[in-house]
Design a protein around this ligand. Structure first.
Ligand code: NPW
Ligand code: K
Length: 511
């Protein structure tokens, strides 16, 4: 699985390769420039290219690219935007080489005259907001409408957070070196980067980082026992829905069954009985009413929990006294069964901090940013700026597995492994979408997945189901029902891929 690194981590890896391993910096740089050169030749019109360079090593990469284009006979101009007084050692060498080979250097240029612009202004060394002449330059590049290839990262995007530092280049393609930078995986940086290619330049050794959830996750799909029965594939209890909130119970329980769980039981408010029986006859039903005495409610819950392998609680549950009692009892009676806590269960957990320490590694919390800010006692702004710090804070209070839902969903397993999900789209910001994720997670746990795998895999699967829905209905109009339909189709495709692999003995899913 791809590792995502911050700018700081990348700089340390660069230095370790140069100083500890003894590979000269200029060798890495030449490989980087050759990777950009290849991409330019494959994907861009090279009738007239402009390479815009800063004074750091990102600019030095750009100089080397301009030299390679010039030597290959392409028409290329080099525009030095950086200050010569701040040249790095590598930049001094690249600048001299460009001059020795008589690469055309321009001082004033009309961007719209070019067919391609190479952005080599700032890379992972960007240290502050763009202002003055750099801001004007970047805005002019964007306004030109000329396709841009960004070297390593679009200039102006923070390599660690993906934030726009004042302004940033909008690239069609980004060629990034050695490891994909976190900043071009998060929003809005990912949009500015366009299509991203990661190129090996001879820098290795990232052992710590964030794993990108991409198509390699396919291999995690739990195998099906052809001789299995309903019990083999697991029983999910969904404690969901309240008066006038039957939809959340429907979406979450249906997603659990569609994901492959053998049986689903919904425990819900009495008022939802007829609706759910008609809407979703495949689910079994247990009901309570809010006037029920505590002992009676405990009996109903205990019976349902005894039957289940996995419990999911929260979608549409409300934060009533009955809901609070149910959550408390679930945590007390669970006997180490895996639990997924979503929506109102999270709002209750934020209010009842005393319950948080009862959670453990087999509990999965699925907060969106609002719920997470309440759980971790911080603002959404803090969460966006320092997501990992917030997840660490919450883990110390509530030691469980976390799926933090956002435009890019984060997963922190209880053993401290981080994933960032790269599937999904803005159409998934729609009512019921979170209920579907909750159900998928519970369905996977029921099939025997450990929470450390079920959580990242559920997020990935939910994303590809949403991507399918967006293709069918459009991101603007898709609904949670379309995500469920997408889930069926995607699971069918994954099962077929795996069956094909078993038939042919292949071990490479990329083929
Ligand atoms: N051998 C290697 O190491 C390899 C490195 N590689 C390449 O090197 C890149 C990293 O190079 P880097 O560390 O030199 O930083 P870089 O991104 O060029 O910027 C630093 C310059 O920008 C300036 N500056 C910063 N912010 C600014 C602002 N807002 N406004 C104005 N100025 C600002 C800063 O100025 P200062 O802060 O010093 O005043 C400094 O002059 C990396 O992304 C990859 O492309 C590859 O070739 C592989 C091998
Ligand atoms: K750049």
């Amino acid at each position: 699985m791809q590792i995502l690194v911050t700018g700081e981590q990348m700089k340390q890896l660069d230095q370790a390769t140069i100083q500890t391993m003894g590979i000269p910096s200029l060798v890495l740089m030449e490989r980087a420039a050759l990777a950009v050169f290849d991409c330019l030749r494959q994907h861009f019109s090279l009738k007239k290219t402009l390479v815009v360079c800063g004074s750091g090593n990102n600019g030095a990469d750009g100089m080397a690219v301009a030299r390679l284009l010039h030597l290959a006979g392409y028409s290329v101009d080099l525009y030095l935007a950086g200050n010569p007084a701040s040249f790095t050692e590598e930049m001094k060498i690249q600048w001299q080489a460009a001059k020795n080979y008589q690469v055309s250097i321009v001082n004033n240029c009309r961007f719209s005259e070019y067919t391609t612009i190479v952005d080599a202004l700032f890379g992972v060394g960007l240290s502050r907001e763009l202002s003055g002449k750099y801001q004007t330059l970047v805005d002019a590049i964007n306004a030109s409408g000329v396709p841009v290839l960004a070297v390593d990262i679009p200039s102006g995007i923070h390599a660690g957070t993906g934030q726009v530092m004042g302004t940033a280049v909008r690239a069609a393609e980004t060629v990034t070196f050695a490891y994909r930078k976190l900043g071009i995986s998060l929003y809005p940086g990912t949009v500015y980067a366009g299509n991203v290619q990661v190129k090996d330049v001879g820098i290795y050794g990232a052992s710590k980082g964030i794993y990108a959830l991409d198509k390699e996750a396919i291999s995690w799909l739990p195998a099906r026992d052809p001789g299995g029965n309903k019990g083999t594939f697991g029983k999910v209890l969904l404690i969901a829905g309240s008066r006038n909130m039957s939809g959340a119970a429907y979406f979450s329980s249906k997603a659990a069954l569609v994901s492959g769980a053998g049986m689903v039981r919904i425990l819900t408010d009495e008022s939802n009985r007829t609706i759910l029986q008609q809407q979703f006859p495949e689910a079994m039903l247990s009901v309570y009413d809010s006037s029920m005495q505590h002992e009676k409610l405990a009996d109903v819950l205990k019976k349902a929990m005894h039957w289940a392998d996995v419990i999911a609680i929260g979608p549409g549950l409300s934060t009533s006294k009955t809901a609070e009692d149910l959550l408390q009892m679930v945590l007390t009676f669970r006997q180490s069964k895996p639990i997924v806590m979503d929506a109102d269960a999270l709002n209750l957990l934020a209010k009842r901090k005393d319950l948080q320490s009862q959670c453990d590694a087999s509990c999965i919390l699925t907060p969106h940013m609002g719920e997470m800010s309440r759980l971790a006692d911080c603002t959404i702004g803090d969460l966006k700026a320092h997501p990992q710090e917030a997840m660490e804070t919450l883990y110390r209070q509530c030691p469980c597995t976390l799926i933090m839902k956002d435009a890019r969903t984060w997963i922190r397993t209880a053993d401290g492994v981080y994933y960032l999900n790269l599937t999904g789209n803005h159409g998934m910001a729609t009512a019921g979408s979170g209920d579907v994720l909750c159900g998928i997670t519970a369905g996977l746990l029921a099939q025997g997945m450990r929470s450390s795998q079920a959580a990242p895999f559920a997020a990935w699967l939910h994303g590809i189901a949403g991507d399918h829905a967006a293709q069918e209905k459009g991101a603007r109009s898709m609904t949670a029902s379309d995500i469920l339909s997408g889930l069926c189709v995607q699971l069918q495709m994954l099962d077929r891929k795996i069956a094909r692999k078993e038939d042919t003995g292949e071990n490479n899913y990329e083929k």
